[in-house]
Design a protein around this ligand. Structure first.
Ligand code: PMT
Length: 294
């Protein structure tokens, strides 16, 4: 990291990183979306999803990529809509999208629907999709590089400020720890942890949820607690790479709440995000109630 300290480390990163294409247009679309839902007193969640890329050269042919295709984020967005949130879906371009994800993998099967039960479940997805579209509840915003992601993240957080505790941030994207400052030789630098300015300055009243991903279960909870202490946000969703689809732990300052799928639920296709979002939505309601009382 550069010699700069405190807030300037973050400014330094943003100064060295180009703005995303159509940045102002995207911002004004997001602002309109937030204003629309603020008028209805609706909760708005920013869901981040998919992995960031780090370009190795300015005319990008080669880049460092990340494993995530956005399963967690796209599924979660659907369940937030079911819980009456308006959703800003900040996702990696060409990663999984809410609703579309159900047919992206098996488009041929979907076109030749043979089993009634498949048709019924697709019809219900179509219904939820149309509902979200017609009520303008879902706003997809795409990114590709780490720089684009962080510029958009900061912009959305600032735009969410007027919502106070009604805003939720659900940071499920898999974010690179390194970047290559422009105009420099190939040298990787550590990306400053943006959760610090995000919680303190960008959107101090929102209900912020970060994720902690580890491959070693034995250090997971300790790392999640360390993140809570360091960034002072509300919840860490702790997950292990190999078991992330069936088990997560919600870690707060005073609790540890495992959320698991039973074998039966796995067999009938229940998604862990359904249970996770239900729990988080209720934590968010309690948080807002406590803010309104104080
Ligand atoms: O997409 P799937 O295949 O379904 O996988 C889902 C997932 C495993 C990617 C998801 O559940 C998950 O764990 N996402 C977070 C992965 C991650 O980036 O973890 P981390 O330990 O590197 O970062 C922890 C937190 O710090 C993240 O919430 C991130 O938003 C934040 N961060 C990261 C880098 C950075 N420079 N600044 C940050 O604030």
């Amino acid at each position: 990291m550069s010699a700069t300290t405190g807030a300037t480390v973050y400014d330094d990163f943003f100064e060295k990183t180009a703005l995303p294409d159509k940045f102002e247009e995207k911002k004004s679309e997001i602002e309109k979306f937030i204003t629309l839902h603020k008028a209805d007193n609706r909760r708005v969640v920013l869901v981040t999803s998919g992995g960031t890329t780090v370009p190795l050269e300015s005319r990008t042919v080669r880049f460092i990529d990340n494993f995530s295709i956005g399963t967690r984020g796209s599924a979660s967005a659907e369940y937030f809509l079911d819980h009456d949130y308006a959703v800003i879906f900040l996702h990696r371009q060409r990663s999984l999208l809410p609703f579309h994800r159900h047919i992206q993998h098996n488009i041929l099967d979907c076109l030749t629907i043979m089993k009634d039960e498949t048709a019924t479940s697709l019809l219900s997805i179509l219904q939820r999709y149309h509902d979200a579209q017609s009520k303008q509840r879902l706003l997809p915003v795409s990114f590709t590089s780490l720089g684009d992601y962080l510029h958009m993240l900061r912009a959305v957080c600032m735009l969410l400020q007027p919502l106070g505790c009604q805003a939720m941030l659900y940071l499920a994207a898999a974010v690179s720890d390194f970047y290559i400052p422009s105009n420099m030789m190939l040298s990787l630098q550590l990306v400053p942890k943006m959760l610090t300015p995000l919680v303190k300055d960008w959107t101090p009243q929102a209900f912020v949820i970060s994720f902690k991903l580890e491959t070693d279960k034995s250090i997971l909870i300790r790392k999640a607690r360390k993140a809570l202490e360091e960034y002072q946000h509300k919840v860490v969703v702790a997950n292990v790479l190999d078991t992330r689809k069936t088990e997560v732990v919600l870690v707060t300052n005073d609790s540890e709440e495992p959320i698991r799928l039973t074998q039966e639920e796995v067999a009938n296709g229940t998604e862990i995000e359904e249970k996770l979002i239900q729990t988080l939505s209720s934590h968010h309601s309690k948080f807002c109630a406590s803010q309104e009382q104080s």
